[in-house]
Design a protein. Structure first.
Length: 551
């Protein structure tokens, strides 16, 4: 596209010519409602979205209206408006700083907007737009994108389209939603997808750094800089939607990356969990948000396997609590926990905690329902520890040990804290149970557990705190209830492991005895081993006892 600017004596011609991938995106037929231009950094996604109304000559139509969106005004001002002034003003448009609106002599309008809070999208309720463009789309939530795209994008003129176009890199709060909507159905992109419910069409156009020759010409070292990044960040920079920079849990793996050990994986195929392994039930309660329940089994070597995930939305306690109880029957549930907000008085005769406790007891479950801790940052650190698949750096025995401090700990904090301190400086053995948490892909009932996997991979850090310091907590988002459930479950499992370490030594011997019970082998040895552990060969006795905890 060619534009002129300057006075009559000095006319400067500005030319913008799209590269092939940009031209491909700009030529998406109007019959395709949603277009997603996404992938790596550098292919000119923002410029493509900005030039769309000019290239398509929409600005010559008096009824044309477009909404350009970034999540916050700062990004809008620094990334969008400054570029628009370079191209829109020479094309004959004037800018209203107050309304943040470009208007052409034809009457066509391009409106800049942002939506910091999720409900901010409702301030556009009285308007309609022929084109809505989302720059850095993954900064928005599913609700924000769908609410505006499907309610405000429409056309009252037969010669104008009603289309949505978006661009983004992998990462941020909407990462999983946009990946599932555009990338997962056909990872290679460039294929028209038809929504089975609405019949509307959408397409994903993948973009890479090689698609912008100007970038590589202006900065020949750009690709080498990307290559120097850590593996996960490098893959994200090159447009890999299955790992991205900015994740809270960068150690999370569906499968190992290049040159990583096989144990670098957190989702595994389901297997039959021995019935005597202790189980933890964790519930994150909600109504408008999800109610998520998770069941975790603790192996003799101290690894936690979440083998069942249950999630419902908009369902009353009296309806979902019996379902949770039915799924828990005949299982060795030794501890149960519910989010701390369940103890609030909501104007009902009983709190949420009490109502669920009653349901558990009526279902024959002899377990107290504890309240989860409010320590979100501590919980996040514990999740990191359980996701870790690398060995801790080895310490030399007694390196850093302070005997006077040890004595004070014993005096003022007791034997348990003293032993924890001394144990920290003992010779470290190789960890054979890494990672200490794994998710079974399907439940015993055959239902997928992968919503939890998607939630963990989507966690990003919260905004900076009031003092401008980097936040340590996970940013809340629609669907983060799965993470909250995981956080509570791992806390209770970790506490249980610390409380019953002697019992677990016994359980390891039980496991070894049961592994020897193979068809064709001597069963007498098995029974003698069990008798030596003071445990009957009756299944009811082998199953470990349930404990009552504090409410």
């Amino acid at each position: 596209m060619s534009l002129q600017e300057g006075n009559a004596e000095s006319v400067i011609e500005k030319v913008w010519k799209p590269y092939p991938k940009q031209a491909h995106f700009l030529s998406i037929p109007d019959s395709i409602f949603e277009g997603f231009f996404a992938g790596s950094k550098g292919p000119g996604k923002t410029d493509t979205l900005m030039m769309l109304p000019l290239i398509r000559q929409f600005t010559e139509h008096p009824k044309f209206k477009q909404l350009v969106l970034r999540r916050n005004f700062t990004d809008l001002e620094q990334e969008i408006i400054i570029r628009q002034k370079e191209w829109y003003a020479p094309s004959g448009a004037t800018y209203n700083e107050t309304k943040r609106r470009w208007t052409w002599t034809s009457g066509a309008i391009v409106q800049n907007g942002h939506a910091d809070k999720e409900e901010d999208v409702r301030k556009y309720d009285s308007a309609e737009y022929n084109v809505i463009t989302w720059d850095e789309a993954t900064h928005f939530t599913k609700f924000q994108y769908e609410y505006l795209s499907f309610t405000r994008c429409r056309s009252s003129s037969p010669d104008l389209p009603a289309i949505v176009r978006a661009g983004s890199n992998p990462g941020n709060i909407g990462h999983t939603y946009f990946r599932k909507r555009f990338v997962d159905p056909y990872r290679g992109g460039n294929k028209v997808l038809v929504d089975s419910r609405t019949g509307l069409k959408r397409i994903y156009i993948p973009a890479g750094p090689f698609d912008n020759p100007s970038l590589l010409k202006n900065d020949p070292t750009y690709l080498r800089k990307l290559e120097s990044l850590p593996e996960a960040e490098k893959r994200a920079a090159f447009g890999d939607w299955y790992t991205f920079s900015g994740q809270v849990f960068e150690e999370w793996r569906l499968e190992p990356l290049l040159n990583e050990p096989d144990m670098a994986r957190h989702v595994i195929s389901s297997f039959a969990i021995p019935f005597w392994w202790p189980r933890i039930l964790a519930i994150d309660w909600g109504f408008a948000a999800y109610t998520v329940a998770g069941w975790g089994a603790i192996s003799p070597d101290g690894r936690v396997y979440i083998y069942r995930v249950y999630a419902v939305k908009g369902k009353l306690i009296k309806n979902w609590a019996p379902e949770v109880v039915n799924l828990s029957k005949d299982e060795n549930i030794v501890d149960a926990v519910i989010c701390h907000s369940a103890n609030q008085n909501r104007g009902e005769p009983h709190t949420i905690q009490e109502q669920v406790q009653t349901a558990l007891e009526e279902g024959g479950m002899d377990v107290a329902l504890r309240l989860g801790e409010k320590d979100r940052v501590g919980g996040k650190m514990l999740v990191h520890e359980y996701l870790r698949w690398t060995q801790k750096p080895a310490l030399k025995p007694n390196e850093g040990y302070n005997h006077e401090l040890a004595v004070k700990i014993l005096q003022f904090h007791g034997q348990k804290k003293y032993e924890e301190y001394v144990k920290f400086f003992a010779e470290q053995k190789e960890e054979t149970n890494l990672p200490k948490f794994q998710l079974l892909d399907v439940s015993p009932e055959g239902e997928s557990n992968l919503e939890l996997a998607e939630c963990i991979s989507s966690c990003i850090y919260d905004d900076k705190d009031s003092e401008g310091k980097p936040a340590e907590d996970v940013k809340e988002f629609d669907g983060d209830d799965f993470y909250d459930m995981l956080r509570m479950l791992l806390r209770r499992a970790d506490d249980y492991l610390n409380e019953v370490i002697d019992e677990f030594e016994t359980r390891k011997k039980i496991e070894k005895a049961c592994q020897s019970l193979i068809p064709g082998m001597d069963q007498t040895k098995f029974y003698r081993t069990m008798e030596s552990l003071d445990i009957s060969n009756s299944p009811n006795r082998v199953r470990m006892h349930k404990r009552r905890g504090r409410r």
